[in-house]
Design a protein around this ligand. Structure first.
Ligand code: ATR
Length: 280
């Protein structure tokens, strides 16, 4: 029987996950299908149940279902519970097991692909929605220094800080105070402003030439923030494509017990030529 996997989202047609998982499966010589299933918020639970009934073994979950997915799980990993959202579901006897590979995907992309040391970095996290929840615990575990969470709606920043539960290290501030917080070593844009063509006003004084700026989005959606960071003098500005590929590899490993090599698909998707060691 062919193994069945899928990504659920709304919209989901643009998702790169089917292409990434197909590449991993080819690389690992694994027979599986991986489809994109579009389900609106009212239909998500039903669509997921139908997928399970049809033999679905695992799923990735993208916007806007990551929170709902965790609620539908009968068990979940500690990292999914800490994040409060699930992006990976594994079919187990009796129900779905929820996990979250977004945070580890981000940390792996930065520390392994980009060879960056995140430890002790004074960090600003912009946004407090699902994406911010997904990555915050992993950033703490990666050893960053103080974490400042700033969100347009302050209550959500407070809720995220409470969920992380490290009051000595994690602080919330108002958006209007961004200009008074000093400089940061690491700024993560976890807002959806770029995806929604929303305006974001950010003071350039937060950035030095050593600041690492990361947008969790990729493609067009990441352009405004990364262009702002570069114009403010930041020399390292990285989009979320590497994170996407790494979280997929981690999901693949959870499902199949195999860790695929991510260099080739990352290079293909980022449109860069890859210098693969061919041995000749
Ligand atoms: P996601 O799953 O991508 O995080 P989300 O849960 O809807 O999506 O969260 C979107 C985040 O982007 C929120 O932090 C939101 O701020 P609010 O909580 O105030 O809504 C933030 N956001 C969206 N547009 C923004 C804008 N133009 N300026 C600043 N923050 C914005």
């Amino acid at each position: 029987m062919t193994l069945r996997y899928a990504v659920f989202g709304h919209p989901v047609a643009h998702s790169l996950s089917p292409r990434i998982h197909a590449a991993f499966a080819r690389q690992q010589n694994l027979a599986m299908t991986y489809e994109a299933i579009d389900a609106g918020p009212e239909d998500f639970a039903k669509a997921l149940a139908a997928f399970a009934a049809a033999g679905g073994q695992g799923a990735n979950i993208t916007l806007p279902h990551k929170q709902a997915a965790l609620a539908l799980c009968t068990s979940s990993s500690e990292r999914a519970q800490r994040a409060g959202v699930a992006n990976t579901l594994v079919r187990r006897e009796g129900g779905w097991h929820g996990d979250n590979t977004d945070g580890i995907g981000l940390v792996r992309d930065l520390s392994e692909r980009h060879a960056l040391d995140l430890r002790e970095r004074r960090t600003l996290l912009l946004g407090a929605g699902g994406a911010a929840h997904g990555v915050a615990p992993a950033l703490i575990d990666a050893g960053i220094g103080e974490l400042f969470i700033v969100n347009r709606t302050p209550d959500r920043a407070d809720a995220l800080a409470d969920a992380i539960g490290e009051p000595g290290r994690v602080h919330t501030r108002y958006w209007d105070d961004l200009g008074n917080l000093g400089t940061f070593d690491f700024i993560v844009n976890a807002t959806s402003a770029g995806r929604e063509q929303g305006e974001m006003s950010l003071p350039m004084a937060m950035i030095t030439s050593r600041t690492l700026a990361v947008d969790l989005s990729y493609g067009e959606a990441a352009i405004p923030f990364l262009a702002w960071a570069r114009s403010a003098g930041c020399t390292q500005a990285i989009d979320g494509l590497g994170m996407l590929v790494e979280q997929a590899a981690e999901s693949f490993n959870l499902w199949h017990g195999m860790r695929p090599d991510t260099a080739e698909i990352y290079a293909e998707l980022s449109g860069r030529a890859v210098a693969l060691a061919t041995g000749d």
